[in-house]
Design a protein around this ligand. Structure first.
Ligand code: ATP
Ligand code: MG
Length: 483
């Protein structure tokens, strides 16, 4: 059976508290009962002394009638019996009811040579009617003036009913206090156990999540004790695990990409080789046919369509080759804005056709960047062309060029946003895969090419969150320090 730490902790504290409360109450009970008994004892002695002094004269003069009278007037509910003995221990006078108990009535319990101030005291049980009663019995010697030995004695029996009631009441109160104490203890220990075990529970939940592969798990523990420290190192560990996983995933992605590129490269080289030459001769021949005077307008239109098709095939081969060829970067210092403007110039026609509204914001004093101008222009061209293809008539494209810092190093950044159809979150990575396209006439090479070039520059290109409809691309390049 599994017993939780919380339950075990609470049970131990409760058990400990119960034992402690029990021990304290036991000591208190002993002392209380002792005090009550002492009080009863001194009251009984006081009554005995009073009766002794009252009956001294009658004892000396053998006035049994007086003795009987005083006894009868003293007998009440609590005082069960009074017996007066002569010097030899024979009873002289007693209340009537005790005379049926010979073992009490017949004999004095005091020795003959008892000294003044001494007394006999005992408790015993007396059966009265059909119930037993505890009795405190005191026997005092009575001395006549100037006589050394006792003249007689007086024995009284005091009912302990009141005392027993008082003891029972005290015990009840103590038991109630004990139960209350245990209840409070149980409550306190449960709360304490929860306080101690809650962080542990969080830790356990965290490790369970981690074991399921969720490294984004953070344990929110602000305490400054060992548990807090454990949670902090746990969080550090998960953060490191997450970083490692991200790095591994990126490396894996690059590996797969490289593998893909290599096979595409081989394929592209073969295609280019096999298609280019026949395609050139097809193109030249069609050109010649087109120049002929004998063609009617319908035939001319067909020939134009064929030339357009050949143009598309050429474009595809060109893009494929530019994507697969690992050419060196021809870096120089360029203004990003100039490169961007060149790309925009090339796109003037489609932009005008769709009446696209362009908004360009360039931060002041942007330093020059060390890049391959032709290749970076290609990047802007591909991203901007996609944006123009995604927007409706009269759509808007916003470009922001700025300089930021990332991990303490300068970054030159370009944000290109549009209010077009947008990209679902789950496709944010896929769109950079070669041949991923959602367009009927697309090759799916634009963004793959752009990412290859940006990464060649040590930069990053990604889709970022954007307010409103559409999508936004961020191109971030390492900037020159101190420029
Ligand atoms: N600005 C954008 N808005 C919406 N979707 C986009 C945007 N940019 C890219 N995409 C999506 O990403 C896909 C891949 O883009 P990519 O440029 O790589 O290829 P393509 O445009 O389809 O073809 P091509 O090779 O001719 O550029 C697109 O098909 C489109 O679904
Ligand atoms: Mg494209």
């Amino acid at each position: 059976m599994k017993i939780s730490l919380h339950t075990r902790f609470a049970a131990w504290i409760t058990a400990l508290l119960t034992v402690l409360v029990g021990a304290v109450l036991f000591v208190i009970e002993k002392r209380e009962v002792g005090t009550i008994f002492e009080e009863t004892k001194s009251r009984t002695l006081l009554i005995a002394e009073y009766l002794a002094s009252r009956n001294l004269r009658a004892l000396i003069s053998w006035d049994t009638a007086f003795m009987q009278e005083t006894i009868d007037e003293q007998i009440e509910k609590r005082l069960l019996y009074v017996i007066i003995y002569d010097r030899s221990g024979k009873p002289l006078a007693a209340n009537a009811s005790i005379q049926t108990y010979p073992e009490i009535y017949n004999t004095s319990r005091l020795p003959a040579d008892v000294a003044e101030g001494e007394f006999e005291l005992r408790t015993h049980t007396l059966r009265i009617g059909d119930k037993d009663q505890n009795v405190l019995e005191v026997e005092l010697p009575i001395f006549a003036p100037d006589v050394a030995t006792k003249w007689g004695s007086i024995k009284i029996g005091h009912s302990l009913e009141d005392m027993d009631r008082e003891v029972r009441r005290t015990r009840r109160v103590l038991i109630l206090i004990g139960l209350g104490g245990c209840l409070v203890g149980l409550l306190a220990s449960t709360l304490l156990a929860r306080r101690v075990t809650r962080p542990l529970k969080k830790l356990v939940a965290g490790t369970v999540q981690i074991s399921k592969g969720d490294f984004s798990q953070r344990i929110d523990l602000a305490s400054r004790d060992e548990l807090g420290e454990l949670a902090r190192s746990f969080n550090e560990m998960t953060a490191q695990l997450m970083q490692t996983r991200e790095r591994m995933e990126a490396a894996n992605r690059r590996l797969v990409q490289a593998e893909k590129l290599a096979s595409i490269g081989r394929l592209a080289a073969t295609i280019a080789h096999e298609i280019r030459n026949p395609l050139t001769s097809v193109k030249l021949n069609i050109q010649k046919v087109q120049e002929s005077e004998r063609l009617d307008p319908v035939e001319k239109e067909h020939i134009a369509l064929s030339r357009e098709g050949i143009g598309q095939i050429e474009k595809f081969i060109k893009e494929l080759l530019s994507f697969t060829r690992a050419s060196e970067l021809m870096r120089d210092l360029f203004s990003l804005e100039t490169i961007l403007d060149e790309a925009l110039k090339l796109l003037r026609e489609p932009f005008q056709e769709k009446r696209i509204v362009l908004q360009k914001t360039v931060a002041k004093n942007l330093p020059a960047v060390s890049v391959d101008g032709d290749k970076m222009r290609q990047v802007f061209l591909n991203v901007l062309r996609n944006a123009s293809e995604s927007v409706e008539e009269g759509g808007e494209i916003r470009i922001v060029l700025s300089r930021g810092r990332e991990e303490g190093r300068p970054r030159d950044q370009a944000r290109i946003g549009d209010d077009g159809c947008g990209i679902p979150d789950r496709e944010w990575e896929n769109i950079f895969e070669p041949f991923f396209t959602t367009k009927a006439a697309g090759f799916g090479l634009g963004l793959a090419n752009a990412r290859k070039i940006v990464e060649q520059h040590g930069g990053v290109i990604k889709v970022v969150k954007k307010r409103g409809r559409g999508s936004c691309f961020l191109i971030s390049l390492p900037g020159e320090e101190g420029t």
